[in-house]
Write a protein that binds this ligand. Structure first.
Ligand code: UDP
Length: 238
């Protein structure tokens, strides 16, 4: 028999790249649908779910800056990319009957709600998936930091980071066949070993708020649901 959910409220961070599938850019519908289905599985367990989606599949501020663009301006473009992804995920979730709200850190009142913490809490209590778009609303930050921040604000019990691999490794498992996966890891080890899973600002926010970070492979079907039950492969950072 499957284990009951370990958490009542969680935030899932999905990078923009995770939505690309085999494409070089943008959204792959099949991949987005599969992730939406996994999220539905968790919602159906009665767990309250918030989402933060990155924008790297469309635009990254740092890449814009590398071409000579003003960094802050490029970061705003990156934040707008996250809104597109949020709307794409909202559509996929609603198609399979999951109620959602998108709240943006940059006001765009004709397409989504502005970020209002107490309203977001209320949505979650009603079982709606709240998708936080536009990152923190500030340039020079990442959506990882936005995810840690929103998870802390919402009183989430865990921050789940869905990646391309099933946890945190001591070296890149896609390049080194001898790489080994950590089952558990401390925030400080993650920072000091410079394990490129989350940026330092995000780890600091999680650490200060005693928010466990759980890293798992978002591409394994049902992996999000399994992790919520404490099953499958993942790394817990505390
Ligand atoms: N961004 C930002 N402030 C934030 C969050 C994101 O300026 O609070 C911009 C930044 O340019 C970043 C882009 O949005 O490169 C996309 O976000 P991110 O790189 O975190 O996406 P991911 O790597 O998760 O797909």
């Amino acid at each position: 028999m499957s284990e009951p959910p370990r958490y009542k409220r969680v935030l899932l961070k999905v990078s923009g790249e995770a939505l690309m599938g085999d494409r070089a850019y943008g959204l792959d519908v099949t991949t987005v649908k599969a992730i939406a289905q996994d999220i539905k599985g968790v919602v159906d367990l009665g767990v309250e779910v918030a989402l933060v989606i990155g924008g790297g599949n469309i635009f990254r501020g740092i890449a814009g800056a590398a071409t000579g663009m003003d960094r802050a301006q490029a970061d705003y473009m990156g934040m707008l990319a996250t809104v597109m992804n949020a709307l794409g995920m909202q559509s996929a979730l609603e198609k399979i009957g999951v109620q959602t709200r998108v709240q943006s850190a940059i006001e765009m009142s004709s397409i989504c709600e502005p970020y209002i913490r107490r309203r977001a809490m209320r949505h979650m209590e009603k079982g709606r998936v709240v998708i936080f778009a536009a990152g923190t609303g500030n340039p020079f930050f990442t959506t990882d930091t936005a995810a840690a921040l929103r998870a802390a604000e919402m009183g989430c019990q865990a921050l789940l980071k869905g990646t391309q691999v099933d946890g945190v490794y001591d070296s890149d498992p896609r390049k080194n066949p001898d790489a080994s996966r950590y089952t558990t890891l401390s925030y400080l080890e993650m920072l000091s070993r410079d394990l490129a899973v989350m940026d330092a600002a995000a780890i600091s926010v999680a650490r200060e708020n005693h928010l466990p970070i759980i890293v798992f492979n978002i591409h394994e079907p049902g992996a999000f649901t399994a992790v919520i039950r404490g099953e499958g492969r993942f790394t817990t950072v505390t």
